[in-house]
Design a protein around this ligand. Structure first.
Ligand code: COI
Length: 364
């Protein structure tokens, strides 16, 4: 028997009409337009309370709410896709629900039952189904978050929290679409250190990345690449995305991604691509990789493509690498065939144009 709290459905009285919605969805880009509804579920007295699905709008928070001061704030991101038969399916939302709880534990926040996370998503997507784009490459991006709401300035875990889920029609994350990016290898900043919060999807990790991203842009780059905090040699991530390196050895194609050492975010797209790579006949490995290897292996012609992956941008090729004292190109600054084959295979599953062999799609 389910013990999760009920969600009260309160349809918005100010929902946009079809023409207004179509205008907002015409060129969705990323993260600019929000649907008519959102879910809010409060936590107090040691339990999740009855939540609401209601009109999207501002939250009311006490200025002393502890998330505003001490950063108990986590989030997730996943997508729902329109299917050829007109239904809507979400891509691996349970994986995001599970990671949400791992992030919550690291930030001393309460778990949200996976069932409640999925119910919130199902109700919101059902109510805002007209907002799910139909075009290939477009989707409805779901943004769950949890913040501490105790009106208290002492430094300790909050007793009260708010879970919020809202949705945004999404097209390309990067304005240039799927084109190679230039990256700056950061030596001045680190994203995560052993024992820190690197594997949690918490707001502070993103705040701490912004100055490094700004430095990358000053250096003429699109994105920052993070190195490990101890040796300053091992490649970790690109901005908020995981990285993949494509090797050609003795006629084999091997996709390599940095192993999860505790300082990397365990990406759902990363995990899915490791499986898809095998489906496509490639080998897939998780291991450590240094910047020196990256340089040497590109120069030797063994390392033929590099790409970043994440929910928002799916797959983004890396075409040019800059660092203090050196720079080099990868794959002649072109989209590589392996990156594009993986991207097409993933999008085909998400849009329901190929069988979902791994049972990744969640029917709404
Ligand atoms: C993603 O790749 O989905 C991300 O995590 C980026 C997001 C924070 C916009």
């Amino acid at each position: 028997m389910s013990t999760i709290p009920e969600l009260l459905i309160k349809p918005s009285t100010t929902a946009l009409n079809a023409a207004e919605r179509a205008a907002k969805m015409a060129n969705p880009a990323f993260g600019r337009t929000f649907t008519d509804h959102m879910v809010v579920i409060p936590y107090r007295d040691g339990a999740w309370q009855q939540g609401e699905v209601k009109a999207y709008g501002p939250l009311s928070l006490d200025p002393s709410a502890s998330s505003l001061h001490y950063g108990q704030a986590i989030f997730e991101g996943f997508k729902a896709y329109s299917q050829p038969d007109g239904s809507v399916k979400a891509f691996r939302p349970e994986a995001n629900a599970e990671r949400f709880n791992r992030s919550a534990r690291r930030l001393a926040m309460p778990d949200l039952p996976v069932e409640l996370f999925l119910k919130a998503a199902d109700e919101l997507i059902r109510l805002d189904a007209a907002w799910v784009p139909k075009n290939i490459g477009e989707s409805l991006y779901l943004r769950p978050l949890m913040i501490a709401t105790d009106p208290f300035l002492g430094v300790r875990p909050s007793n009260e929290y708010l879970f919020v889920l809202f949705a945004s029609p999404a097209g390309a994350y990067f304005p240039q679409g799927v084109k190679p990016v230039t990256v700056w290898i950061s030596e001045d900043y680190v994203r995560a250190a052993p024992g820190g919060t690197g594997e949690a999807k918490c707001a502070g990790n993103y705040a701490a990345s912004l100055v490094a991203q700004a430095q990358a842009q000053e250096k003429g780059c699109d994105q920052v690449v993070w190195l490990d905090a101890v040796h300053r040699q091992y490649i970790e991530e690109m901005g908020g995305m995981n990285l993949f390196f494509v090797y050609k050895e003795n006629g084999k194609t091997i996709v390599v991604t940095p192993e999860l050492t505790g300082t990397l975010l365990p990406g759902v797209t990363r995990r899915s691509l490791l499986d898809l790579a095998k489906d496509l006949g490639y080998e897939a490995e998780e291991r450590k990789l240094t910047v020196q290897q990256w340089r040497d292996d590109v120069a030797a012609g063994r390392l033929t493509e590099v790409f970043a992956c994440g929910t928002a941008a799916v797959i983004t090729p890396v075409g040019h690498v800059k660092a203090n004292g050196f720079e080099f190109r990868v794959n002649n600054f072109e989209n590589g065939p392996v990156a594009m084959a993986l991207r097409d295979a993933l999008l085909a599953i998400q849009h329901g144009t190929t069988p979902d062999r791994h049972n990744w799609m969640h029917t709404i």
